[in-house]
Design a protein around this ligand. Structure first.
Ligand code: SF4
Length: 286
């Protein structure tokens, strides 16, 4: 894997206008990373800007009601992330930021990837690279001539760590790899113009059926996740404690009617996750 062209390419073509790229503030970085975990960049940008305008620090967010945070989160999906972020804000505002990977991982909703991203992008500490889907794919292909599911995390990390250009900070290297993955090394790679093309091990293989190896995303329409999202939206709008009323309010956001058993199960799971407080929940949901 050769990365000699990466620094210049990143200066010219990196996604520098992403608003969270202009700060090292750990709260701003954490909010962006949590939002980006399962939501596309274009949808995250306005939400991140609205979130940071309203709660620019952990202290500000810790003082907000959870329902306010959930309301702002609407449209991003996976609202458990908002709950975890709100809890993080409460812990950090009371105790300060942990600076080690283990300490960061003890925060709600912060896994190995997010902890490493914070260390690289906000705290500028040395360590192993954060492996998201994009970086993992770049490292597996360019460094190991493999698709990501064919190699271990440790092998990808090693390939990436040994390839960091001497004149590139860990932060810029991480961001450049994100961008190379997002703009070029996609599920179906766009090797023309890729800054790693000159020394990419994957390109030297006989043409592999990369497109045939793509994994399908599970369907969202009709899923349990969609039903949970519609019910939480309905609850935030109405605060109704009546299960039938909530199901009716949620129906507008669904393509087909959900049966009563699925509605009850979905409500139960929202209460169990702490997204709807038990004392305000519909009576049959507990
Ligand atoms: S050259 Fe192609 S396969 Fe190699 S890292 Fe770039 S986009 Fe991926």
């Amino acid at each position: 894997m050769r990365t000699d062209a990466l620094r210049r390419w990143y200066a010219a073509h990196g996604r520098h206008t992403l608003p969270w790229r202009s700060t090292h503030d750990p709260w701003a970085v954490l909010v962006s990373e949590v939002m980006l975990q399962q939501t596309q960049v274009a949808r995250v940008v306005p939400k991140w800007e609205a979130f940071m305008a309203r709660w620019p620090s952990p202290e500000a967010c810790a003082g907000a009601e959870l329902t306010e945070v959930l309301r702002l989160w609407q449209g991003l999906g996976y609202p458990r992330r908002a709950l975890a972020l709100h809890r993080c804000a409460q812990i950090v505002s009371a105790q300060g930021w942990p600076k080690s990977q283990a300490g960061l991982r003890a925060l709600p909703g912060v896994g190995a990837y997010t902890a490493r991203a914070l260390l690289a992008l906000a705290f500028r500490r040395p360590g192993r690279p954060p492996l998201d889907v994009n970086i993992r794919r770049v490292g597996a292909r360019a460094g190991l001539a493999a698709e990501p599911h064919q190699v271990t995390d440790a092998a990808v990390e090693e390939a990436l760590m040994t390839a960091r250009p001497a004149r590139m900070s860990r932060r810029d290297y991480t961001l450049a790899l994100f961008d190379a993955g997002a703009l070029h090394c996609r599920a179906v790679p766009r090797c023309d113009g890729c800054p790693l093309a000159g020394g990419c091990a994957w390109r030297r293989r006989p043409p592999a059926a990369a497109a045939g190896e793509r994994r399908r995303q599970p369907r969202y329409e009709g899923s349990f996740r969609q039903l949970r999202g519609a019910l939480l939206d309905a609850w935030l709008r109405t605060r109704s404690g009546d299960e039938a009323e909530l199901a009716a309010a949620a129906a507008a956001g669904l393509q087909s009617a959900a049966d009563a058993e699925r509605v009850a199960r979905a409500l139960h799971s929202l209460v169990a996750d702490g997204l709807i407080p038990a004392e305000r929940a519909p009576s049959q949901a507990g």
